[in-house]
Design a protein. Structure first.
Length: 365
């Protein structure tokens, strides 16, 4: 499994220039809020996914007053050899990713090479906000494991943009639109099937982790909601043409799929307490970790950002013992409470490293 041995970060968020060497096991980062703990984890996530786990636009990732940032990581790979990955982003929008000094022809070719799972407080948006956040989660997981899925989504989204542009015109070329509809339908089928299969695999694992983490008797579940359960996409698009023309955008398709998170048959957004929602989301991410580990044959890097907040000590202990007893890989944990984190982690292993951060500077302690 890939293990991050060293990272060099320049001008990313509040980090000016840092070179940090890590433990292959557990790495604990403490410091006050706003000092850079989350930015370090996001840099590791960026190195894997070629994008931030939080910022919707790269313009938020440049250190103030700069127009370029870079992240480079040395990883020990599955074959025991080291590889150096380097990423450079400019404010012009130019992004380059290299592996051992060889540039990827497409940045997307790198996604999935260094599998990663991020658990953070921002995950709550998957419960509180629209289906777009839940689709983003599913797309990110499947894109790491399945290149064909990622390619189908990229092509579908390009065609969707083209279709929406046509719908905004005063006269719509129906024959050309039908050609686009057929191409979109051929791409939608494998995406739908991959999502359906993923949710079926995810459901029992989420339920198992939720019971272990919370000890609660509530039954949690995930339901995949898609119009493609009723008809093929070309049929749906044909039937919604008049509506689409009036609305001037495409109202049917896999870009409108949703994933309903439920507790005892009801939406968890309405019926779950904050603690239950957090337990569910942590269980969801750990289920993702489990499925990715099974898919790859090795454990992804696990990033736990401020996960102890709003969880009682019993749940925290259950959480880490679930990981520790399950052939885990490299883990990064942030917490503003150094004493709490040390008390938990020291009980799991002596093979760990502690770091403190202040103002984007990280010191091993």
């Amino acid at each position: 499994m890939p293990v991050l041995e060293k990272i060099v970060i320049a001008d990313f968020r509040n980090i000016q220039l840092q070179e940090i060497e890590f433990s292959p096991n557990i790495n604990c980062i403490s410091g006050n809020n706003g000092e850079g703990k989350t930015n370090l984890l996001d840099a590791i996530h960026y190195m894997s996914m070629t994008k931030s786990a939080f910022a919707s636009s790269d313009r938020f990732n440049f250190r103030h007053g700069t127009d370029e940032f870079s992240i480079a990581g040395t990883y020990r790979m599955q074959n025991g050899l080291s590889s150096r990955f380097a990423l450079q982003m400019r404010s012009s929008g130019e992004k380059k990713v290299k592996r051992d000094d060889k540039i990827y022809q497409k940045v997307s070719e790198h996604v999935g090479v260094l599998p990663v799972v991020m658990v953070s407080p921002s995950d709550v948006s998957m419960v509180s906000e629209s289906g777009e956040e839940r689709r983003r989660f599913v797309n990110a997981v499947l894109s790491q494991m399945d290149r064909e899925y990622m390619s189908a989504m990229q092509q579908y989204n390009r065609l969707l943009l083209q279709r929406n542009r046509m719908l905004k015109e005063s006269e719509v070329d129906r024959s050309l639109l039908e050609v686009i509809d057929m191409r979109m339908a051929s791409l939608a089928d494998p995406v739908y099937n991959a999502r359906r299969k993923f949710v079926e695999e995810l459901r029992p694992v989420v339920s198992e982790y939720y019971k272990a983490l919370s000890g609660d008797s509530e039954q949690v579940d995930i339901e995949y909601e898609s119009e493609l359960t009723k008809a093929s996409l070309d049929q749906l698009l044909g039937a919604s043409f008049e509506k689409d023309r009036i609305m001037k955008h495409t109202t049917s398709g896999i870009h409108r799929d949703d994933f309903s998170f439920r507790m005892n048959g009801h939406p968890i957004r309405r019926y779950g307490s904050q603690g239950q929602q957090k337990s569910f989301l942590v269980s969801l991410k750990f289920a993702q970790y489990e499925i990715m580990k099974k898919n790859y044959g090795f454990a992804p890097i696990l990033l736990l950002d401020d996960v102890f907040d709003k969880l009682d000590m019993g749940r925290i202990s259950n959480l880490l013992h679930m990981v520790a007893s399950n052939d885990f890989g490299q883990i990064f944990i942030t917490d503003s409470n150094k004493v709490r984190m040390a008390g938990i982690v020291d009980g799991l292993t002596q093979d760990r490293a502690y770091f403190e951060t202040a103002g984007g500077v990280f010191t091993r302690i």
